[in-house]
Design a protein around this ligand. Structure first.
Ligand SMILES: O=C(O)[C@@H](CO)O[C@H]1O[C@H](CO)[C@@H](O)[C@H](O)[C@H]1O
Length: 477
């Protein structure tokens, strides 16, 4: 195919009526320093860039709970696994020590069997359901869930290590974290791929990080709803129900939780007893990339004796990834392991093998073409589902909205395969979105309207990681 062209440029202006959202939510934090910093935004983009970086810094500072960062006040009051690993990339632009601390705090909750939990309940909070009393796990004294999330940590450690100004600190912290990350990746192999297929299983939609993705619709539908204790959702007190998963999905999320709790989250049993077992492209792509980075760290840190083992995981996964490629669609697909079928739904996770570096050159060219087709259908990159699909819902969470973290991962992958123009187009789009609509959890790809939680940590972190070296237009020339 010919080169993918950069079709959009960064606008010099932002919309003056778009405001910072602190006043939009009852539980919004009051930020220190200038209020409503994006109101009446400036004509010149460089000034606005400065504002965006300042507000992002304020969000991380405001959401800092002492060594870990909550994703958003009220809505998500604990430490989330992949959020923290991504947030550390933002902290690194402000304070390297604080970035390392974020990861240390996460790994302080690692279970003996190697699992790093999807949520760590450092301090009690009444604003989130299901909290520690519902999860009831006993493996970790500070309280945690008993499932995991996409393993971003190794990718962050390599990134922090390579870009560190304080090299001594980086060497010390990377050395401390290395064995813990290795133990987690071993856990993925034993607990989530006990049959040695090369790809790991995801046993709960919350483990995928893309909770209500249409990719899980059929598999989740096959989970019978048990008699579970009555419950009250807290998320709907913070966010409009049109932007969140439905009750039917929550009933099944909780059914899975209670079934896992009944066996005390014993990882030897969960894989075999879970009525939900899928091959998630996000988890497997992140793990593949994380293994490449872990291997790099092993060599760099004098841990060469682990290289052979990590190479074994990478090689096995590389072959298995091909079974997920749908050549006709030019997209990778998730799989329902219990039916053995590839999932029909087309989601942005299907582009993440680019981030992993596991796609071949010709698969990458197909993916870039498919992605361009998606982008030409919406105003803002990247919708989380194919905008032409009947199940596309531009406002509902992982069923359509734009997520800055996914844009960051996919552009990283596009660049690695030489699709610089397309990467620039997405970066410029994302920049425009953030300038115009502030730092939110996700965004409507059709209108740009911010959705979900406000003053959101990982979006702020992506903003810092992405833009602290300048606006994309300047970099993309
Ligand atoms: O909706 C929820 O209650 C939680 C459940 O883990 O999930 C959402 O928020 C997390 C924190 O930001 C993200 O890590 C997930 O990716 C996102 O889907």
């Amino acid at each position: 195919m010919g080169p993918v062209k950069c079709l959009k440029t960064v606008p010099a202006q932002v919309h003056a009526h778009q405001s910072f959202h602190a006043n939009d939510v009852s539980d919004a934090p009051v930020l220190p320093g200038p209020k409503n910093i994006l109101i009446g935004a400036k004509e010149d983009a460089s000034k606005s860039l400065k504002d965006l970086l300042e507000i992002s810094k304020q969000i991380l500072t405001e959401n800092d709970r002492g060594g870990y960062t909550i994703p958003a006040k009220g809505l998500y009051p604990y430490q989330w696994n992949w959020d923290s690993a991504l947030v550390a990339l933002g902290w690194a632009t402000l304070n390297e020590g604080r970035a390392w601390e974020e990861l240390e705090k996460l790994f302080s909750a690692q279970w003996e069997d190697g699992l790093v939990p999807h949520i760590v309940f450092h301090q009690p909070s009444p604003t989130y359901f299901p909290g520690p009393e519902i999860w009831g796990s006993v493996q970790q004294p500070m309280g945690s869930t008993g499932i995991t999330q996409p393993p971003v940590a190794a990718i962050t450690v390599r990134n922090l290590y390579e870009t560190a100004v304080n090299k001594d600190l980086a060497l010390q912290k990377a050395k401390e974290l290395f064995p813990m990350i290795l133990a987690w990746h071993r856990w993925f192999q034993s607990a989530r791929d006990p049959e040695g297929t090369g790809l790991v299983a995801t046993l709960h939609p919350w483990e995928s990080g893309m909770d209500n993705s249409p990719a899980w619709d059929d598999a989740l539908h096959n989970v019978p709803v048990d008699q579970i204790p009555p419950y009250v959702r807290q998320d709907l007190g913070h966010v409009d129900s049109a932007m969140r998963p439905k009750k039917d999905e929550y009933d099944r999320y909780l059914t899975l939780l209670y079934r896992f709790r009944a066996v005390n989250y014993d990882c030897k049993q969960l894989y075999f007893l879970s009525p939900f077992r899928v091959t998630d492209l996000c988890t497997n792509s992140v793990l593949y990339r994380a293994n490449l980075d872990l291997r790099w760290l092993a060599v760099e840190l004098g841990q060469g004796e682990n290289v052979k083992e990590i190479d074994g995981w990478i090689e096995k996964a590389r072959d298995a990834f091909d079974t997920l490629y749908d050549a006709e669609e030019g997209l990778y697909k998730c799989k329902d392991q219990l039916t053995g079928k590839l999932v029909a739904a087309k989601t942005s996770a299907g582009f993440l093998p680019l981030f992993a570096r596991v796609a071949s050159a010709s698969q990458a060219a197909d993916l870039a073409r498919t992605l361009e087709r998606w982008l030409n259908r919406v105003k803002h990159s990247i919708p989380s589902c194919d905008p032409e699909a009947p199940n596309f819902e531009p406002l509902r969470y992982w069923r359509g909205p734009v997520w800055a973290i996914i844009n960051w991962m996919i552009t990283d992958g596009l660049r690695a395969y030489g699709f610089e123009d397309l990467a620039c187009r997405i970066e410029a789009d994302t920049y425009e979105l953030l300038l115009s609509h502030g730092i939110s959890e996700y965004y409507n790809p059709v209108t740009g309207a911010p959705a979900g939680g406000k003053l959101f940590s990982w979006t702020a972190a992506m903003c810092l990681a992405w833009l602290s070296k300048g606006a994309p237009a300047a970099r993309c020339k």
